[in-house]
Design a protein around this ligand. Structure first.
Ligand code: HEM
Length: 407
């Protein structure tokens, strides 16, 4: 069990951004249902609010729990450590708040998730540097406490982390990586395999960073990393250039991920998670199975063409982030705090499941019923209505969790 004094700070920042981003999400869902509502906020129309929902979810809610895991790995949980964490997370939240002002006022690069532009471009990279300095300071102060392996691993992580703010600043520029890339036909099986394996590396490191004890003396860890190395070997061999999603090699490469449905669940299940964290692990693994299964199916020829750029993509995004990532984030927060209630658990899971299901159905109907969608026929309005209700349920669940952090 890991109990951390700074867990409360991490929770308040992370959940605060989840609530804020969900509020914007509910507003967007209401505007999709009743477009006239958009007029209430004057020039701040749908397109101005959209980056707030996306970036606050990604850089706020989806990032801060893993920042919390990093903090637990590096920072000593004493008065100075807690002050360091408050400064680092304060800088991070200030950057997100100011970012919100910039997107609402139209200062944006127009690049999805890389909207940081003009005066706002250096904000998040600077906040990342503040966090990095805190981690480096703590690492140096505690260097005699760590084993040589622990020192090596943390040193390597610090070196890698220093690349991130620079990369983010560079990638946000309009001159690189255009928002509409004329040379790309979309993600290939190889690129999807590579990026998902990268995510599996992070999932694999969670018990290490949170220092959760293994139930089998580390045996699961050994085969987990060996299987991951094998998967990366497949990734290295597959065609990385222009490749159709009809090519058997691309489909086969993506199929490797199917093996990771049981592998990840068995690996993470071999650790002594806090009882308050375990329901979130089970939910996370259920979402993971659904994500990999449906993600693979929707890559296949026939299905892919029908669903691309429809609400099915929005469904997939919420399945990944609101379902899987949110469940694993709550796992981290509960483990960090060493406790927590189950309040809001089912409200979130059911709200998310309904949102994912109706959006997938919406996407499926879009090619065959364009006119109904364009003219807002009653049944399409009903779908957006159910989606709004599901979003409200998720908003209420997130407010419950935030309120608990002050309890
Ligand atoms: C209160 C719950 C939520 C509601 C009502 C909601 C609503 C929305 C709406 C209306 C859109 C725009 C879709 C469009 O323009 O067609 C959207 C997009 C998106 N949301 Fe949410 N959302 C919620 C929660 C979340 C959460 C928790 C996450 C991540 C952790 C998230 C991540 C995303 C992403 C990544 C997209 C972009 C999808 C795409 O265009 O492919 N949302 N959401």
């Amino acid at each position: 069990m890991t109990t951390s004094g700074f867990a409360g700070t991490v929770e308040r920042h992370a959940l605060g951004w989840l609530v804020a981003a969900n509020l914007v999400g509910v507003w967007l869902a209401a505007v999709l249902l009743w477009p006239a509502l958009a007029g209430i906020t004057g020039p701040w129309g749908y397109g101005r609010w959209m980056p707030l929902h996306l970036n606050w979810q990604l850089y706020g809610w989806c990032s801060l729990p893993i920042v919390g895991a990093l903090v637990a790995w590096f920072v000593r949980d004493d008065r100075v450590g807690r002050l360091h964490v408050r400064v680092a997370l304060g800088a991070w939240s200030l950057a997100l708040g100011l970012g919100g002002v910039s997107w609402l006022t139209g200062v944006t690069s127009g690049k999805l998730f890389l909207d940081w532009h003009g005066w706002a471009r250096p904000l998040l990279p600077l906040a990342m540097l503040v966090l990095w300095s805190v981690l480096a300071l703590q690492f140096w102060g505690r260097r005699h406490e760590f084993s040589s392996g622990g020192k090596w691993l943390r040193g390597a992580a610090l070196a890698l982390l220093l690349v991130v703010p620079n990369l983010l600043f560079w990638a946000a520029g309009r001159e690189v990586y255009p928002s509409v890339n004329p040379h790309s036909g979309g993600a290939t099986g190889a690129s999807l395999l590579g990026s998902t394996l990268g995510v599996i590396v992070i999932f694999g490191l969670l018990p290490v960073m949170l220092r959760v004890r293994s139930r089998d003396g580390g045996a699961a860890g050994r085969w987990f990393w060996a299987a991951l190395a094998l998967s990366f070997a497949v990734y290295a061999r597959v065609n990385h250039g222009d490749a159709s999603h009809r090519a058997p090699g691309q489909i086969g490469a993506l199929g490797v991920l199917l093996a990771w449905v049981p592998l990840l669940a068995v690996y993470l299940g071999r650790f002594e998670w806090h009882p308050a964290a375990r329901p979130w692990l089970r939910a996370g693994m259920a979402w993971w199975a659904l994500l990999v299964g449906t993600g693979f199916l929707t890559f296949l020829p026939g299905l892919s063409e029908r669903l691309k750029f429809t609400n099915a993509l929005v469904s997939h995004a919420h399945l990944a982030m609101a379902g899987l990532v949110t469940s694993l984030n709550l796992l981290m927060l509960r483990q960090l705090r060493g406790g927590g209630t189950r309040r809001g658990f089912w409200l979130w899971q059911l709200g998310c499941a309904v949102q994912v299901a109706v959006l997938m159905y919406a996407g499926w109907t879009e090619v065959s019923s364009e006119a109904d969608w364009f003219l807002r026929a009653d049944w399409t309005q009903a779908i957006y209505g159910v989606r709004l209700a599901a979003g409200l349920a998720m908003l209420v669940a997130s407010i419950t969790w935030l309120k608990e952090t002050w309890a």
